[in-house]
Design a protein around this ligand. Structure first.
Ligand SMILES: *Cc1c(COP(=O)(O)O)cnc(C)c1O
Length: 389
């Protein structure tokens, strides 16, 4: 169609001009940190494979075994015939890891958020969301039809005053936040939010995509403040520290049963492939048994911050704010010339004027590579480092 192609090229040209066009680059991940691009090997500091589990022998073996036993695809939605025996095992493992009664597994984290939020709230309900929540939480919020108000990032006072002022005018209320913020690496004030939500009969939901496996001894943001914070809805992904693919919600038995009956992205989407479920089960067993492993990513991030002169990190994610998209792209190119892969993060993934490099650290990074990266960032991006945060 002529008008369709014309629309696409006009839109692309416009994005190109703003430095916001995105392109896919083929990347061959040799292991969890070494990647090949355009025939060159680079050390990646931008994968979310925090524990190096995507290439772990235990996960590969579990996935191979599952394929031999159950085939490569689930064959249907979980409610038809796609609910192979590995699902229940995985859900029980997740519930045990998070200390909840039950868990529900989805096709991906994005699908989980699109399914969970509209299953719990709708028209006549209120959603109170951190302004920096992940795109798919906000997409789920929009899809629900509930009224949505955003509060300034991590501002507990603002949440208190919003709930005080508006809660009474609504039937149900959901409070949404990332546990660990994906582009900033900071933690949500989970204990204070849980207390406020409970006091106001609001339901707190944390998106712990970047928390599980790496904070709170691997159990996620509900455990990152000493003890266990009671968060009734803990969502996450199997695709980051867990090294596989899929999404989940850890919650009470009753809520899990409701989600299995009502979440449209579970009902109308094919179940996760058996190999993905099997690999995730193997990963959770490693996370539960190896404290050294789960502590390593934050320790590597701390070594980097120390080398550059940045404040101590609370997660494996360290942002370096550069302002414009062009500056972020130039800094990324400079690091690539030094053998490091650190993708630039630009709007609309992050707010306008806050384009950045986002460094992620993993258990499998070599200390020498972390030290050399810190030296290059300090030496060649020195001015920017001073202006970070
Ligand atoms: C990656 C991510 C998701 C999406 O999870 P997928 O399993 O990759 O779809 C959701 N929330 C946050 C905060 C994420 O970083």
């Amino acid at each position: 169609m002529k008008s369709l192609d014309e629309f696409a090229s006009r839109k692309l040209a416009q994005l190109e001009e703003q430095g916001l066009r995105r392109v896919l680059v083929e990347t061959d991940r040799h292991d969890s940190v070494r990647v090949a691009r355009n025939g060159r090997e680079l050390v990646s500091f931008c994968c979310n494979d925090y524990l190096g589990l995507t290439h772990h022998p235990d996960l590969k073996k579990a996935a191979r075994k599952a394929i031999e036993r159950y085939g490569v695809g689930a064959g249907a939605s979980r409610l038809i015939t796609g609910n192979h025996p590995l699902f229940r095992e995985l859900e029980l493992r997740l519930a045990a890891l998070k200390g909840t009664e039950d868990a529900v597994v989805f096709g991906s984290g994005y699908l989980a958020n699109l399914g969970i939020v509209p299953a719990l709230v709708g028209k006549g309900d209120l959603i109170v969301a951190d302004e920096l929540c992940h795109a798919c939480l906000l997409a789920g919020s929009r899809l629900s039809g509930a009224d949505e108000v955003r509060f300034p990032h991590n501002d507990v006072e603002a949440v208190a005053s919003l709930l005080r002022g508006q809660r009474a005018g609504y039937r149900r209320c959901l409070v949404l936040t990332d546990g660990v913020f994906s582009m900033d690496g900071d933690l949500a004030p989970v204990p204070a939010l849980a207390r406020l939500a409970a006091e106001n009969d609001a339901w707190l939901m944390t998106d712990d995509a970047h928390g599980v496996g790496v904070v709170g001894n691997g159990r996620g943001s509900s455990y990152a403040f000493g003890g266990r914070v009671d968060v009734p809805l803990q969502m996450g992904t199997l695709s980051k520290a867990i090294g596989s693919y899929g999404g989940y919600l850890c919650t009470s038995k009753k809520v899990a049963d409701l989600i299995r009956t009502r979440a449209r992205t579970l009902i109308y989407a094919t179940g996760l492939p058996p190999a993905s479920a099997a690999a995730a089960i193997a990963a959770i067993d490693l996370i539960r048994s190896d404290r050294d492993l789960t502590g390593a990513p934050v320790a590597k991030a701390a070594a980097f911050c120390n080398g550059v002169g940045l404040p101590d990190p609370v997660s494996p994610i360290v942002p370096l704010h550069l302002g414009t998209a062009d500056r972020a792209m130039a800094a990324s190119a400079l690091l690539e010339a030094e053998g490091f892969l650190v993708t630039a993060i630009r709007p609309p993934t992050v707010p306008d004027g806050t384009a950045r490099l986002r460094f992620t650290f993993t258990a499998t990074h070599h200390e020498e590579d972390v030290a050399r990266l810190a030296a290059v960032v300090r030496g060649k991006l020195g001015v920017e480092a001073g202006a970070a945060q």
